[in-house]
Design a binder for this molecule. Structure first.
Ligand code: CA
Length: 229
């Protein structure tokens, strides 16, 4: 085992899923190592020093939550949490355990590989690019995307400001609702979806082909800037 430069560690106790993921990752040019339980995961990650960890939440011995926390004590390695239930993701986001992305089972291995690549790209870029791509003028509720002005409603502006404050961080609909409507006015998560939809349309009109707000399927939204190239 050399240094884990391009190795992905798969922490997964269901052998079929683990092997399927490993095969797909191999097919995409990655090396992948499977760890079948939570007890050995932290040591394996410490030893292998992988490029990225796919971490199942429900594991025998020690759950993914504990593993993630322990790894974060010594490593900033990108971690993608894998859960069996969408509702779990909401809870995990609230705990702010420091995972980089979340995937819900059942998943397509193809999607997992795409997410792995995206997280690795983001990690390689270090600080997210995009400073300057998006500016917010609080006085006028105005955004500028690639220097094009975009007039926003108050709610749209607040949403964009929240998301843009932490590029790459995934915000759940519930979290966004709590932040936008602190008085807990009765709004459904559809309300957030429809504001985001309008917001995205405005941004896209101003700067076509530059996707800034990304939806994370079943989870929520994040701001991510396009690669500079
Ligand atoms: Ca499991």
């Amino acid at each position: 085992m050399s240094d884990g430069g391009d190795t992905i560690v798969i922490v997964e106790d269901e052998p079929q899923i683990a092997e399927l993921l490993r095969d797909y990752l191999h097919g995409s040019g990655f090396t992948a190592e499977i760890v079948g339980d939570g007890l050995h995961a932290v040591d394996a990650i410490r030893t292998i020093q992988p490029a990225l960890v796919l971490l199942d939440l429900m594991l025998p011995g020690k759950d993914g939550l504990a593993v993630c926390r322990e790894v974060r004590e010594f490593s900033r390695v990108p971690i993608i949490m894998v859960t069996a239930r969408v509702e779990e993701i909401d809870r995990l986001l609230g705990l702010e355990i420091g995972a980089d992305d979340y995937i819900c089972k059942p998943f397509s291995p193809r999607e997992v590989v795409a997410r792995v690549k995206a997280v690795l790209r983001r990690a390689a870029a270090g600080r997210p690019p995009g400073a300057g791509l998006l500016q917010l003028d609080e006085q006028r509720y105005e955004a500028r995307v690639a220097n094009q002005p975009v007039a926003l409603t108050a709610v749209e502006f607040q949403l964009l400001k929240l998301l843009a404050a932490e590029p790459g961080r995934i915000f759940s609909r519930n979290h966004l609702m709590d932040r936008i409507y602190p008085d807990h006015r009765v709004v459904s998560d559809r309300t957030i979806d429809s504001h985001i939809k309008k917001l995205r349309r405005k941004l896209e009109t101003a700067a076509p082909e530059m996707e800034i707000i990304h939806s994370v399927y079943g989870v929520g939204y994040k701001v991510e800037y396009p690669d500079p190239d």
